[in-house]
Write a protein that binds this ligand. Sequence first.
Ligand code: GAF
Length: 386
Amino acid sequence: MDFSVQDVTRKFQELYQTEPLVVRSPGRINLIGEHTDYNDGFVMPAAIDRETVFAISPAPDAVSVIYSLKYDETFTVNLQDPQPVKAPKWANYLLGVLRQFVDKGYAVKPFRCVFGGNIPMGAGLSSSASVECGFAFALDRMNGHNIPKNDLILMAQWSEHHFVGVKCGIMDQFASMMGAEDQVIVLDCRSLEYHYSPLALKDYTLVLCDTKVKHSLVDSEYNTRRAECERGVALLQKHYPAVKSLRDVSEAMVRQHAAELAGKVFDRCLYVVQEIARVQEASQDLKQHNLSAFGRKMYETHDGLSKLYEVSCRELDFLVEQARATDVVAGARMMGGGFGGCTINLIRNEAVDSFVATTREAYRQAFGIDMEAYIVHVKEGTGVAH
Ligand code: GAF
């Protein structure tokens, strides 16, 4: 079920009869640059018009509570010593953020908080990063610290690593926090330097096709991919001591040491170095409004993710092949961690409805599942709702 700013605010008022601070924190798409963030590479994400909303205010007593509209569940927080809990799972995203406030010495007043949103879960739109970032921002503003957004991003990522257990890169939290209306973020994940690039889609619409599947491998395989990349780096360091990550490695270097990297590790490294280079070229395509060239790179990324990085699945491959078989989709690929969730498609405006209808029918025939499609718009990042 979806919850708006009004729903979350109303629920808060109903529960606590007071006016809250209201914060919204978006999900994200990623145009190109997949599985490059934890290899110190480049990414091109953007915040979207789907978000998690937090209503928060100081509590009149010492009891801190968080109420999830989605789960219709209240959780009482130990403010002095936040620790991960077995249940409810959703609390861990928030508890990890609180842990960071405690560890970094930022005082937190007892609080009451209600949250909910409209980001589809498990669709690869970073609902988790939006929850972490929104809560970090809400706590920060409620307590008047004004912590720089860059620090809040790292605190949110820490929560994902240590309280949720996914060793994610920085892309999702960065995009959720730093998004700007109609702008793509071109982010160097090593230095965290970034610039905005206008997203002038003109004849095209950004459409996400949701497979509605999330294969259970997703978190464990994510951590495995990360470890495989680190293994590749360790092997290459024997020849190139200056190499710190796959960002420092060229395709020629990977190919030269193919035998030593062997099998899967070779494939993983090859994909990553190709993708890092591809993002830099794609960023030029976008600057030059060359969406056809940009779209071709999206298809190339998908092929790499599917064949070399092996994080796709039958459902995602099917949707990308449907797109490739037409002449109305400039580019399509799986988006995010993989093993389910959405494809991102650049579709000619006039063909959106017919493409979605045909693809939905074909997908139903092939898998017996009703695909969902979301038209997304690029919006600003985490902030106070006005
Ligand atoms: C997930 C992670 F959280 C990101 O950091 C990123 O690695 C992405 O998968 C793949 O590009 O969303």
